[in-house]
Ligand binder design. Structure first.
Ligand code: TXE
Length: 493
């Protein structure tokens, strides 16, 4: 799948998948616009309350049999689902690029990574074991049984819908849960198509349903009495609303929220490479629309001028273009509204003097929602630009004096999601990684969500983990069984 026309041709004609079928919503049709050219590619109603209720009911009906499925059979099925993602990576990637504008090479990488998550958790499906507790050997047999929580409401954003789906659905299914997935109202089609493909590959009816809609339907799903757990990925504001609703029903949650992550560049690295990488990782990839991207570039004062020059030079060379063009490094942002919002952030930061706008931050003269990556220098660490997530192509550079100063700047926001350390010195790398108040630290590179590595943050970045055994455990609860073999005093019970 490499072009818009093909993607549009396979786009589902509904925003929900429930049971075994694509299900049209009932409300007013919504116009879906491809941000790569500003043209409408579909006009369909979003899911409404009826679809949420039907999806939860289907999940509840499916849960007993899915839970009871032989773990080896679940393992084999999840391996088959991984194969479906690999086999249809082009088609699914094309839908991601169509609905949110990610360059297709990155979309393919995201779908391929999603397949790895299904394969990884397939491996866990038949290895979920409990244990015994030596309460009173010979008199008591006490054992633990890990089991699925039941019906999981999985809510994902638009910025990488297939990988965001996999981060939740793969561990949830491996643990024996059923899932009702609500993708963003901006990007429902790749999820609907994937659910249809997984059903065709043998995923039983009701185990995975998709209700593509907005916050109102999200709130209904979160508050639904048939939901036993919520796994949410999105912004801080929505995360708080979801967390409060879950608390009202004592429903466990995983909340993967925003970030304002920093790269710390020490003076023993190549300034030219650090500058180019800093721009690409923080403001070019996915047009800066990623929660754990290093959108703050903190640079040791000795190499700050050289790194700044390299960032500005790289900003002028970015290949901004059609998401379906294989040579594109940076596509549009997700929508016209997002473009306007981001330009507003750039303008406000410049007029407030949060830093010096030294490159970009403007519209690209072509149809669609294209912006040039904005680079701010000498950013005040206490300014809104340094403190608040933009979720767009905006990089903030700030010099630091020494390691303590760098760590204080990096840890000086309300977020705690990711951190990036760039140094040739082993001791500095590990020492600073340890000092960063963030859940997902990379040294001399960027961890790209390998399925075995736990991902998640704390503070305003949320709570809970996705990936590895930690991520599996989020979808399990533990029962303890205490068997009295002899009555107290030794008599038979
Ligand atoms: O978020 P929103 P967006 C974050 C990123 C940024 C945001 C951007 O940091 O802040 O996501 O995505 C649904 N009840 N992450 O604009 O508005 C909404 O319909 C129930 C962090 O989409 O929060 C959508 O499906 N649902 C992440 C989803 O929540 C509600 C990586 C997100 O919407 C709701 C990627 C409500 N009250 C992006 N309000 C990470 N940390 O891994 C909204 N929704």
């Amino acid at each position: 799948m490499t072009n818009r026309r093909e993607a549009e041709a396979v786009a589902p004609k509904a925003t929900s998948f429930i049971g075994q079928d694509e299900v049209p919503g009932a409300g007013e049709p919504l116009a879906f616009v491809h941000p790569g050219d500003g043209l409408v590619y579909a006009e369909l109603p979003l899911a409404g309350p009826a679809e949420v209720d039907a999806a939860v009911a289907a999940a509840r009906d499916a849960f007993p049999a899915w839970r009871a499925l032989n773990p080896a059979a679940r393992r084999d099925l999840l391996h088959r689902l991984a194969g479906v993602l690999r086999e249809h990576s082009g088609e699914l990637a094309g839908l991601v690029s169509l609905e949110m504008g990610m360059p297709v090479r990155a979309s393919v990488a995201g779908v391929t990574q999603a397949a790895e998550w299904f394969a990884h958790y397939a491996g866990w499906a038949d290895k979920i074991t409990g244990g015994t507790v030596p309460v009173a050997p010979g008199a008591v047999h006490d054992y633990t049984v890990p089991g699925p929580r039941g019906v999981v409401a999985a809510i994902i954003p638009w910025n990488g819908p297939v990988i965001a789906l996999a981060l939740k659905v793969a561990p949830a299914l491996a643990a024996g849960n059923c899932v009702v997935l609500k993708p963003s109202e901006l990007a429902p089609f790749s999820s609907v198509r994937l659910a249809a493909l997984l059903a065709s590959a043998g995923l039983p009816e009701g185990v995975l349903s998709v209700v593509g809609s907005g916050p109102d339907v999200g709130e209904r799903l979160v508050g639904h009495p048939g939901v036993d757990m919520i796994s949410f990925t999105g912004g801080d504001r929505a995360g708080r609303v979801v967390g409060r609703a879950a608390a009202d029903r004592h429903v466990p949650t995983v909340l993967e929220l925003g970030g304002k992550s920093a790269s710390l560049v020490f003076p023993d690295v190549d300034p030219a490479r650090a500058g180019k990488l800093g721009l690409v990782l923080g403001a070019v990839q996915n047009s800066g629309q990623g929660c754990f991207l290093p959108t703050r570039l903190l640079v040791h004062r000795d190499i700050y001028p050289a790194v700044l020059d390299a960032v500005v030079a790289a900003a002028g060379e970015v290949r901004i273009g059609d998401p379906f063009d294989q040579g594109t490094a940076m596509g549009p942002v997700v929508s016209e509204a997002a473009a306007e919002r981001i330009l507003g952030v750039v303008s406000a930061a410049a007029s407030r003097g949060d830093g010096r706008l030294v490159a970009g931050g403007a519209r690209v003269d072509r149809p669609g929602s294209y912006l040039t990556p904005a680079v701010f220098a000498d950013v005040d660490p206490a300014s809104p630009l340094a403190q608040e997530e933009v979720f767009g192509p905006v990089l903030a550079l700030t010099p630091f004096q020494d390691e303590d100063h760098a760590v204080a700047l990096a840890n000086g926001t309300r977020y705690g999601l990711a951190g990036y350390v760039w140094t040739a010195d082993l001791a500095t790398a590990h020492r600073v990684a340890d000092r960063l108040d963030a859940g997902y630290v990379s040294v001399n590179g960027m961890a790209g969500l390998p399925p075995g590595a736990p991902f998640g943050g704390w503070k305003a970045s949320g709570r809970g983990t996705e990936g590895g055994l930690d991520g599996l455990r989020e979808y399990l609860h533990t029962k303890n069984v205490h068997v009295q073999l002899r009555a107290p005093g030794g008599a038979r019970p």
